[in-house]
Structure formats: C-alpha cells, structure tokens
Design a binder for this molecule. Structure first.
Ligand code: ZN
Length: 314
C-alpha cells in the first residue's frame, strides 16, 4: 500500500510491525471484485476471490518486512534451537506430528515406489525426510532457512539442500515433490507451483497440505469473529505467517493454472492425526473425510504430460 507521498505504509500488528502492500487474488489473471470476509483492528483484510474462491490477506506485510520479522527476536527464540535435539523432539511428539508423518508417508506410497526420487520443499530440519527415508522412501529436502538446514545436516544423514527453490536445479528430476504446510506462506504462489512443475518428471506427483477455511473449526471461529463474539482479530487464519487459506475449488484452480491435475483430496481429522481409536472415533474420522470438515486439506496432484499441450507433429 502506498500513501500519497509514495512511501510505503507502515503498521503494527500485534507484536510485529513493518511495511504493507495491497494485493489481489494470487491465482486469477483477471480477478473480479473480491469480497471482504473480515477486517482486523490493525487494518488487515481477509478477502475472498469470487472466481477461484481462495481467501487471501490484503494489505499484508511486504516480503522484505516479513523476512525481517522472521529474523527478529520477537519471532526467533534462539535458545529453542540451541537446545533442539532429535531425541527431545521425538519424546515430545509421540502423538500428533508423528502420526501425521505416517499418514503422509502412507499416502505417498499409494503413488510412488521406494526407488522414486522425492523432494520435500520447506523441509525445515528434515524431520519428515528422516521418517520417510526410515520407511524406505528416497527423499531429499530443501529449505530457505540456513539455521534449520544446518541443524538437520548435523543431526541426520540425509541429503538436505539450502536455498530458495527458484535457484535450485540438481540436474535431475523428481517423481514426487511434497509441500506440507508451505503454500499458505508463499508470496509468489504461482511461481512456486510452476517451479515444482519444472523439477518434476512428466506425470510426477505433487503432495500438498494447506489450511482449509471450510473446515468446521475454522468456520466456527470465523463466524464468531465476524459477529464480534471473538475479539482476537481472526487469529485462527494465522497472519502474518499465513497469507492464504484454501478450499477444494481454490486449490484445484491453482493446480490447473499450473498444469497439474488434482488426483485425490484427503481430509484428515484431528482424531485421526492424534491416533484416536474406537467406534465413536472411527465414525467421526469417516464423517470428517466424507463431509470435508477438517481444518487442513491434503491433495495429490499430477503434472500433466507435455504432449497434452503440444500440437501433434505435421
Ligand atoms: Zn481468484
């Protein structure tokens, strides 16, 4: 956003501050007038694109301001990373994170074999790569955070690359790329998906997990915020870290805009992720899947083959 004097506007949002910018739908070339879902007390709006139905934040922190926030003391608790160890993480995450990894690995194994090359984009310290390789998958990771990659390299014996995805070109292609909880953070969303397309073999698979604004808990919290019963400025959306939230239609639109075919949607309930068992839990898990009620959507999309876009010879 620019003020009359041309200098970018600066705002404070909770304990973070920085310059902001106005944006439109990240998917549609000619987006129609967006619908305002919510405006926070700091002036940050959550908008819905009526065409592709993605929810996005505008104005939002500029990418430069957000990277400064990520590096600030208000965000990084350096002592947490200084004391981080795999054993400590494992003892604290016997539940949800651990079971989530197994669900994801099981999903990948429905599409890929153990010899297929897989890249984990936004791998952090490489926790998913480690578990996936323990279960026989041929996986590498990449992350823009040098700090996280350095921790991973010191701790695990798996290939972890450091740097932005747009500069990464290993000289070979992957059969699968996983992007768990990444899309909702990314400023150049279309560029990221296109880059994944570049790094994938034809017919390769993209495995995605993103926030789902039509999940039952997200819908409930949104209603409370809109009606004024909840005063936390739409905290459940996850701003400033999250700048988008999706539903099935918007995720499909994004995939098709980047020449991917959506192949399979999954809706994993918290009960499933927590490993709940029993008659009641099974019914709830099944209902959440069938009615798409979970607060995250998981999608498998397949890269379209080049021949489907090229004119036949002659
Ligand atoms: Zn749109």
């Amino acid at each position: 956003m620019s003020e009359d004097n041309g200098s970018p506007k600066h705002i404070t949002c909770g304990k973070f501050s920085g310059h902001i910018e106005n944006v439109s739908c990240p998917i549609c070339d000619f987006p129609p007038d967006p619908k305002l879902v919510f405006k926070s007390s700091s002036g940050i709006g959550i908008w819905l694109c009526p065409k592709c139905t993605i929810m996005y934040v505008s104005p939002r922190f500029t990418e430069k301001s957000l990277s400064q926030i990520y590096e600030s003391d208000a965000f990084i608790d350096q002592s947490f990373y200084d004391q981080w160890s795999y054993e400590k993480w494992k003892s604290e995450n016997k539940g949800r994170s651990y079971i989530s990894q197994h669900l994801k690995i099981r999903l990948i194994k429905r599409f890929l074999t153990e010899k297929d090359r897989i890249l984990d984009v936004g791998c952090g310290t490489g926790l998913f790569c480690l578990e996936a390789s323990k279960q026989g998958l041929n996986v590498e990771g990449i992350d823009p955070s040098k700090m996280l990659i350095d921790i991973g390299r010191k701790t695990f014996k798996i290939p972890l690359h450091h740097g932005p995805l747009e500069d990464f070109d290993p000289g070979y292609k992957y059969k699968g790329i996983v992007v768990w909880a990444v899309f909702e953070h990314v400023y150049g969303l279309i560029n990221l998906v296109n880059r994944c397309g570049y790094l994938l073999e034809e017919g390769g698979y993209l495995f995605i997990d993103v926030p789902h604004y039509q999940g039952v808990s997200n819908r409930f919290k949104t209603s409370l915020c809109r009606t004024g019963f909840k005063k936390d400025d739409f905290k459940h959306f996850g701003f400033p870290w999250h700048i988008y939230s999706f539903n099935k239609k918007s995720l499909s639109s994004l995939m098709r805009a980047c020449r991917f075919d959506p192949v399979l949607f999954e809706f994993w309930s918290h009960l499933l992720k927590n490993g709940a068992k029993g008659f009641f839990a099974n019914i709830m898990i099944s209902l959440t899947q069938k009615l798409a009620l979970s607060d995250y959507i998981t999608l498998v999309a397949q890269k379209k083959e080049q021949s489907r876009f090229q004119k036949p010879p002659g």
